[in-house]
Design a binder for this molecule. Structure first.
Ligand code: EPS
Length: 362
Protein backbone atom coordinates (compact mmCIF):
# COMPACT_ATOMS: atom_id res chain seq x y z
CA UNK A 1 0.00 0.00 0.00
CA UNK A 2 2.83 2.39 0.61
CA UNK A 3 3.92 2.33 -3.02
CA UNK A 4 7.66 2.39 -2.78
CA UNK A 5 7.82 -0.57 -5.19
CA UNK A 6 6.92 -0.80 -8.84
CA UNK A 7 7.04 -3.35 -11.64
CA UNK A 8 5.36 -6.76 -11.79
CA UNK A 9 8.20 -9.15 -12.66
CA UNK A 10 11.22 -6.85 -12.57
CA UNK A 11 10.27 -5.10 -9.34
CA UNK A 12 12.18 -2.20 -7.84
CA UNK A 13 11.74 -1.02 -4.28
CA UNK A 14 13.61 2.09 -3.18
CA UNK A 15 14.19 3.28 0.35
CA UNK A 16 15.96 6.08 2.17
CA UNK A 17 15.82 9.80 2.81
CA UNK A 18 17.96 12.62 1.48
CA UNK A 19 19.64 13.29 4.83
CA UNK A 20 19.45 9.79 6.30
CA UNK A 21 22.52 7.56 6.50
CA UNK A 22 21.90 5.89 3.14
CA UNK A 23 19.58 5.36 0.21
CA UNK A 24 19.08 2.04 -1.50
CA UNK A 25 16.97 -0.28 -3.57
CA UNK A 26 16.05 -3.92 -3.89
CA UNK A 27 15.55 -5.29 -7.39
CA UNK A 28 13.66 -8.57 -7.47
CA UNK A 29 13.04 -10.65 -10.56
CA UNK A 30 16.22 -9.86 -12.48
CA UNK A 31 17.11 -12.71 -14.86
CA UNK A 32 20.15 -14.69 -13.71
CA UNK A 33 23.47 -14.65 -15.50
CA UNK A 34 23.77 -10.95 -16.37
CA UNK A 35 27.32 -9.73 -15.86
CA UNK A 36 27.34 -6.64 -13.64
CA UNK A 37 30.07 -4.83 -11.77
CA UNK A 38 29.95 -1.89 -9.34
CA UNK A 39 31.97 0.24 -11.77
CA UNK A 40 29.17 0.03 -14.36
CA UNK A 41 26.93 2.29 -12.24
CA UNK A 42 29.41 5.18 -12.37
CA UNK A 43 28.50 6.77 -15.69
CA UNK A 44 24.74 7.12 -15.23
CA UNK A 45 25.04 8.09 -11.56
CA UNK A 46 27.48 10.85 -12.51
CA UNK A 47 25.19 12.02 -15.30
CA UNK A 48 22.38 12.46 -12.73
CA UNK A 49 24.45 13.74 -9.81
CA UNK A 50 24.47 17.17 -8.20
CA UNK A 51 27.61 19.30 -8.18
CA UNK A 52 28.78 18.39 -11.68
CA UNK A 53 28.36 21.93 -12.99
CA UNK A 54 27.57 25.34 -11.48
CA UNK A 55 24.02 25.04 -12.87
CA UNK A 56 22.86 22.39 -10.40
CA UNK A 57 22.78 21.91 -6.61
CA UNK A 58 26.30 22.04 -5.18
CA UNK A 59 25.79 19.11 -2.84
CA UNK A 60 28.64 16.69 -3.55
CA UNK A 61 27.86 13.04 -3.04
CA UNK A 62 30.26 10.23 -3.89
CA UNK A 63 27.32 8.07 -5.04
CA UNK A 64 29.38 4.90 -4.70
CA UNK A 65 27.16 1.85 -5.14
CA UNK A 66 27.63 -1.18 -2.92
CA UNK A 67 26.10 -4.41 -4.24
CA UNK A 68 24.92 -6.20 -1.11
CA UNK A 69 23.25 -9.24 -2.64
CA UNK A 70 22.07 -10.99 -5.78
CA UNK A 71 25.41 -10.99 -7.59
CA UNK A 72 27.97 -13.80 -7.38
CA UNK A 73 31.33 -13.72 -9.13
CA UNK A 74 30.17 -10.76 -11.22
CA UNK A 75 26.86 -12.24 -12.41
CA UNK A 76 23.29 -11.81 -11.25
CA UNK A 77 22.00 -14.94 -9.52
CA UNK A 78 18.25 -14.35 -9.93
CA UNK A 79 17.91 -13.55 -6.23
CA UNK A 80 17.10 -10.04 -4.92
CA UNK A 81 19.76 -7.50 -5.83
CA UNK A 82 20.25 -4.97 -3.04
CA UNK A 83 22.10 -1.76 -3.87
CA UNK A 84 23.19 0.76 -1.28
CA UNK A 85 24.59 4.29 -1.52
CA UNK A 86 25.67 6.03 1.66
CA UNK A 87 24.83 9.72 2.00
CA UNK A 88 27.98 11.68 2.75
CA UNK A 89 27.26 15.39 2.20
CA UNK A 90 24.07 16.23 4.09
CA UNK A 91 23.84 19.79 5.47
CA UNK A 92 20.70 19.53 7.54
CA UNK A 93 21.04 22.94 9.23
CA UNK A 94 19.98 24.54 5.91
CA UNK A 95 16.53 23.15 6.69
CA UNK A 96 16.22 24.65 10.19
CA UNK A 97 13.60 27.16 9.01
CA UNK A 98 11.57 24.55 7.11
CA UNK A 99 10.92 22.50 10.25
CA UNK A 100 8.05 24.77 11.21
CA UNK A 101 6.92 26.07 7.82
CA UNK A 102 5.85 24.77 4.43
CA UNK A 103 7.57 25.81 1.20
CA UNK A 104 4.88 26.97 -1.23
CA UNK A 105 4.74 24.56 -4.15
CA UNK A 106 6.57 21.81 -2.24
CA UNK A 107 5.48 18.41 -0.94
CA UNK A 108 6.24 19.70 2.60
CA UNK A 109 2.56 20.47 3.04
CA UNK A 110 1.01 17.36 1.49
CA UNK A 111 3.38 14.96 3.30
CA UNK A 112 2.45 16.69 6.55
CA UNK A 113 -1.25 16.35 5.79
CA UNK A 114 -0.88 12.68 4.92
CA UNK A 115 1.41 11.39 7.65
CA UNK A 116 1.20 13.99 10.40
CA UNK A 117 4.98 13.70 10.69
CA UNK A 118 7.78 14.43 8.22
CA UNK A 119 11.54 14.45 7.87
CA UNK A 120 12.14 18.04 6.73
CA UNK A 121 15.89 17.58 6.24
CA UNK A 122 16.48 17.92 2.52
CA UNK A 123 12.87 17.08 1.82
CA UNK A 124 13.31 13.60 3.34
CA UNK A 125 11.71 10.99 1.13
CA UNK A 126 10.24 13.59 -1.26
CA UNK A 127 13.75 14.67 -2.27
CA UNK A 128 15.09 14.16 -5.78
CA UNK A 129 17.89 12.29 -4.03
CA UNK A 130 15.64 9.22 -4.20
CA UNK A 131 15.96 9.21 -7.99
CA UNK A 132 19.57 8.09 -7.57
CA UNK A 133 18.35 4.58 -6.87
CA UNK A 134 16.05 4.51 -9.89
CA UNK A 135 19.03 5.39 -12.06
CA UNK A 136 21.12 2.70 -10.35
CA UNK A 137 18.43 0.04 -10.84
CA UNK A 138 18.05 1.09 -14.47
CA UNK A 139 21.74 0.49 -15.15
CA UNK A 140 20.88 -3.20 -14.85
CA UNK A 141 17.71 -2.84 -16.95
CA UNK A 142 19.49 -0.85 -19.67
CA UNK A 143 22.25 -3.45 -19.87
CA UNK A 144 19.87 -6.41 -20.11
CA UNK A 145 17.67 -4.62 -22.68
CA UNK A 146 20.69 -3.77 -24.81
CA UNK A 147 22.24 -7.24 -24.65
CA UNK A 148 19.06 -9.24 -25.05
CA UNK A 149 17.06 -7.04 -27.45
CA UNK A 150 19.37 -4.32 -28.78
CA UNK A 151 17.23 -1.67 -27.07
CA UNK A 152 18.87 1.73 -26.49
CA UNK A 153 17.23 4.31 -24.24
CA UNK A 154 18.37 7.93 -24.64
CA UNK A 155 17.07 11.29 -23.57
CA UNK A 156 17.76 14.99 -23.92
CA UNK A 157 16.64 18.35 -22.60
CA UNK A 158 14.00 19.54 -25.06
CA UNK A 159 13.19 22.92 -23.48
CA UNK A 160 14.68 25.05 -20.71
CA UNK A 161 12.16 27.65 -19.61
CA UNK A 162 11.29 29.44 -22.83
CA UNK A 163 14.39 28.29 -24.71
CA UNK A 164 13.85 25.51 -27.27
CA UNK A 165 16.54 23.71 -29.31
CA UNK A 166 17.26 25.31 -32.69
CA UNK A 167 18.92 22.19 -34.04
CA UNK A 168 19.31 18.53 -33.15
CA UNK A 169 22.29 16.22 -32.92
CA UNK A 170 22.43 13.22 -30.58
CA UNK A 171 26.22 13.57 -30.50
CA UNK A 172 25.89 16.98 -28.80
CA UNK A 173 23.74 15.74 -25.92
CA UNK A 174 26.48 14.19 -23.79
CA UNK A 175 28.92 17.02 -24.50
CA UNK A 176 27.33 19.68 -22.28
CA UNK A 177 25.98 19.84 -18.71
CA UNK A 178 22.39 20.35 -19.91
CA UNK A 179 21.97 17.29 -22.17
CA UNK A 180 21.16 19.86 -24.84
CA UNK A 181 20.99 18.60 -28.44
CA UNK A 182 22.36 21.74 -30.16
CA UNK A 183 25.92 22.71 -29.19
CA UNK A 184 25.74 26.25 -30.59
CA UNK A 185 23.12 27.23 -28.00
CA UNK A 186 25.03 26.06 -24.93
CA UNK A 187 26.68 29.46 -24.19
CA UNK A 188 23.21 31.06 -24.27
CA UNK A 189 21.90 28.44 -21.85
CA UNK A 190 24.81 29.07 -19.50
CA UNK A 191 24.11 32.80 -19.60
CA UNK A 192 20.41 32.26 -18.93
CA UNK A 193 21.13 29.90 -16.03
CA UNK A 194 23.71 32.27 -14.50
CA UNK A 195 21.18 35.10 -14.59
CA UNK A 196 18.44 32.88 -13.18
CA UNK A 197 20.66 31.68 -10.33
CA UNK A 198 21.58 35.28 -9.46
CA UNK A 199 17.90 36.22 -9.43
CA UNK A 200 17.21 33.47 -6.86
CA UNK A 201 14.37 32.07 -8.94
CA UNK A 202 13.88 28.77 -10.78
CA UNK A 203 12.52 27.60 -14.11
CA UNK A 204 10.75 24.57 -15.62
CA UNK A 205 11.91 22.25 -18.38
CA UNK A 206 10.93 19.57 -20.85
CA UNK A 207 12.83 16.31 -21.26
CA UNK A 208 12.34 13.92 -24.16
CA UNK A 209 13.19 10.24 -23.95
CA UNK A 210 13.42 7.74 -26.79
CA UNK A 211 13.85 3.96 -26.80
CA UNK A 212 15.12 2.50 -30.07
CA UNK A 213 15.03 -1.20 -30.85
CA UNK A 214 11.92 -2.08 -28.83
CA UNK A 215 10.36 -5.10 -30.59
CA UNK A 216 6.63 -5.18 -31.32
CA UNK A 217 4.37 -6.79 -28.76
CA UNK A 218 5.43 -5.31 -25.40
CA UNK A 219 2.59 -3.93 -23.28
CA UNK A 220 -0.57 -5.48 -21.86
CA UNK A 221 -4.05 -4.20 -22.57
CA UNK A 222 -6.16 -3.16 -20.84
CA UNK A 223 -4.79 -2.05 -17.47
CA UNK A 224 -1.14 -2.70 -18.14
CA UNK A 225 -0.72 -0.70 -21.31
CA UNK A 226 2.86 0.15 -22.14
CA UNK A 227 1.97 3.83 -22.47
CA UNK A 228 -0.09 3.72 -19.27
CA UNK A 229 2.79 2.23 -17.29
CA UNK A 230 5.25 4.64 -18.90
CA UNK A 231 3.07 7.60 -18.03
CA UNK A 232 2.80 6.47 -14.41
CA UNK A 233 6.53 5.82 -14.16
CA UNK A 234 7.50 9.15 -15.70
CA UNK A 235 4.91 11.02 -13.64
CA UNK A 236 6.43 9.48 -10.50
CA UNK A 237 9.63 11.48 -11.05
CA UNK A 238 9.89 14.46 -8.71
CA UNK A 239 8.55 17.73 -10.18
CA UNK A 240 6.94 16.11 -13.23
CA UNK A 241 3.60 17.74 -14.04
CA UNK A 242 2.96 16.46 -17.55
CA UNK A 243 3.68 13.39 -19.67
CA UNK A 244 3.20 12.96 -23.40
CA UNK A 245 3.59 9.78 -25.45
CA UNK A 246 4.36 10.34 -29.12
CA UNK A 247 2.70 13.54 -30.30
CA UNK A 248 0.90 13.80 -26.96
CA UNK A 249 -1.24 16.91 -26.64
CA UNK A 250 -0.39 18.03 -30.18
CA UNK A 251 -2.76 15.23 -31.28
CA UNK A 252 -5.65 17.45 -30.17
CA UNK A 253 -5.29 19.72 -33.20
CA UNK A 254 -4.41 16.99 -35.71
CA UNK A 255 -6.62 15.24 -38.28
CA UNK A 256 -6.77 11.45 -38.45
CA UNK A 257 -5.22 11.60 -41.89
CA UNK A 258 -2.24 13.38 -40.39
CA UNK A 259 -1.88 11.53 -37.09
CA UNK A 260 -2.10 7.95 -38.36
CA UNK A 261 1.24 6.36 -39.12
CA UNK A 262 0.80 4.90 -42.59
CA UNK A 263 2.38 1.55 -43.34
CA UNK A 264 4.06 0.04 -46.40
CA UNK A 265 6.34 -2.97 -46.88
CA UNK A 266 9.19 -0.54 -46.22
CA UNK A 267 7.82 0.22 -42.75
CA UNK A 268 5.95 3.02 -41.01
CA UNK A 269 5.95 6.39 -42.75
CA UNK A 270 5.89 8.40 -39.50
CA UNK A 271 5.74 7.94 -35.73
CA UNK A 272 3.02 10.15 -34.27
CA UNK A 273 1.96 7.28 -32.01
CA UNK A 274 5.27 7.19 -30.16
CA UNK A 275 5.78 3.53 -31.00
CA UNK A 276 2.68 2.33 -29.13
CA UNK A 277 -0.77 1.37 -30.46
CA UNK A 278 -3.45 -0.06 -28.20
CA UNK A 279 -0.99 -0.05 -25.33
CA UNK A 280 1.37 -2.42 -27.22
CA UNK A 281 4.69 -1.55 -28.84
CA UNK A 282 4.72 -1.47 -32.66
CA UNK A 283 8.45 -1.91 -33.17
CA UNK A 284 8.98 1.79 -33.79
CA UNK A 285 10.92 4.00 -31.40
CA UNK A 286 9.02 4.52 -28.15
CA UNK A 287 8.95 8.25 -27.48
CA UNK A 288 7.86 10.22 -24.43
CA UNK A 289 8.16 13.77 -23.20
CA UNK A 290 7.85 15.16 -19.69
CA UNK A 291 7.20 18.61 -18.26
CA UNK A 292 9.05 19.46 -15.04
CA UNK A 293 7.87 22.31 -12.88
CA UNK A 294 10.22 25.02 -11.63
CA UNK A 295 11.90 24.05 -8.34
CA UNK A 296 9.89 25.26 -5.34
CA UNK A 297 12.97 25.77 -3.12
CA UNK A 298 13.91 29.31 -4.17
CA UNK A 299 15.33 32.50 -2.68
CA UNK A 300 12.37 34.67 -3.74
CA UNK A 301 10.26 35.26 -0.61
CA UNK A 302 6.83 33.62 -0.81
CA UNK A 303 3.76 33.61 1.38
CA UNK A 304 3.00 30.50 3.41
CA UNK A 305 1.88 29.36 6.84
CA UNK A 306 3.67 27.80 9.80
CA UNK A 307 2.63 24.76 11.82
CA UNK A 308 0.39 26.99 13.93
CA UNK A 309 -1.40 28.14 10.77
CA UNK A 310 0.00 31.66 11.06
CA UNK A 311 1.09 33.60 7.98
CA UNK A 312 4.83 33.55 7.33
CA UNK A 313 7.21 34.53 4.58
CA UNK A 314 9.37 31.67 3.32
CA UNK A 315 12.80 31.96 1.73
CA UNK A 316 14.57 28.67 0.99
CA UNK A 317 18.31 28.75 1.49
CA UNK A 318 20.66 25.85 0.80
CA UNK A 319 22.01 24.09 -2.24
CA UNK A 320 19.12 23.83 -4.66
CA UNK A 321 18.74 23.24 -8.37
CA UNK A 322 17.50 26.36 -10.21
CA UNK A 323 16.16 23.90 -12.80
CA UNK A 324 15.61 20.27 -11.81
CA UNK A 325 15.06 19.44 -15.46
CA UNK A 326 18.79 19.83 -16.12
CA UNK A 327 19.44 16.61 -14.19
CA UNK A 328 16.26 14.82 -15.24
CA UNK A 329 17.43 13.29 -18.52
CA UNK A 330 19.09 10.21 -16.94
CA UNK A 331 16.12 9.85 -14.58
CA UNK A 332 13.61 9.82 -17.44
CA UNK A 333 15.78 7.31 -19.29
CA UNK A 334 15.85 5.19 -16.14
CA UNK A 335 12.08 5.11 -15.75
CA UNK A 336 11.62 4.25 -19.44
CA UNK A 337 14.20 1.44 -19.14
CA UNK A 338 12.63 0.02 -15.97
CA UNK A 339 9.17 -0.09 -17.54
CA UNK A 340 10.50 -1.66 -20.74
CA UNK A 341 12.45 -4.27 -18.78
CA UNK A 342 9.39 -5.24 -16.79
CA UNK A 343 7.27 -5.46 -19.94
CA UNK A 344 9.91 -7.46 -21.79
CA UNK A 345 9.78 -10.08 -19.04
CA UNK A 346 5.96 -9.92 -18.85
CA UNK A 347 5.70 -10.42 -22.60
CA UNK A 348 8.13 -13.35 -22.43
CA UNK A 349 6.12 -14.92 -19.61
CA UNK A 350 2.76 -14.91 -21.40
CA UNK A 351 3.58 -14.71 -25.10
CA UNK A 352 7.14 -16.05 -25.34
CA UNK A 353 5.90 -18.93 -27.52
CA UNK A 354 4.19 -16.66 -30.06
CA UNK A 355 7.49 -15.78 -31.70
CA UNK A 356 7.87 -13.41 -34.62
CA UNK A 357 4.60 -12.73 -36.48
CA UNK A 358 4.37 -11.64 -40.15
CA UNK A 359 4.34 -9.04 -41.51
CA UNK A 360 6.94 -7.40 -39.31
CA UNK A 361 7.62 -3.84 -40.41
CA UNK A 362 11.12 -2.45 -40.09
C1 EPS B 1 16.81 18.43 -3.35
C2 EPS B 1 17.46 19.42 -2.66
C3 EPS B 1 18.92 19.43 -2.55
C4 EPS B 1 19.58 18.69 -3.72
C5 EPS B 1 18.95 17.30 -3.77
C6 EPS B 1 17.50 17.41 -4.16
O1 EPS B 1 19.27 18.71 -1.40
P1 EPS B 1 20.20 19.33 -0.29
O2 EPS B 1 19.58 20.56 0.19
O3 EPS B 1 20.32 18.28 0.75
O4 EPS B 1 21.52 19.60 -0.97
O5 EPS B 1 20.95 18.64 -3.53
O6 EPS B 1 19.57 16.50 -4.74
C7 EPS B 1 20.39 15.49 -4.34
C8 EPS B 1 20.99 15.42 -3.18
C9 EPS B 1 20.56 14.45 -5.37
O7 EPS B 1 21.42 13.56 -5.21
O8 EPS B 1 19.83 14.52 -6.38
C10 EPS B 1 15.33 18.34 -3.34
O9 EPS B 1 14.69 19.09 -2.57
O10 EPS B 1 14.73 17.53 -4.09
Amino acid sequence: MSSNSFGKIFTVTTFGESHGPAIGCVIDGCPPGLAIDESEFRNDLDRRATGKSRHTSQRREADDVEILSGVYEGRTTGTPIALLIRNTDQRSKDYGDIVNTFRPGHADYSYWQKYGIRDPRGGGRSSARETTMRVAAAVIAKKWLAERHGVRVRGYLAQLGEIAPQGFDWAAVEQNPFFWPHAAQVPALEKAMDALRKSGDSVGARVNVVADGVPPGWGEPIYGKLDGDLAAALMSINAVKGVEIGDGFAAVAQRGSEHRDEMSPAGFASNHAGGILGGISTGQAVTASIALKPTSSILIPGHSVNLAGEPVEVVTKGRHDPCVGIRATPIAEAMMALVLMDHALRHRAQCGDVGEVSPRLA
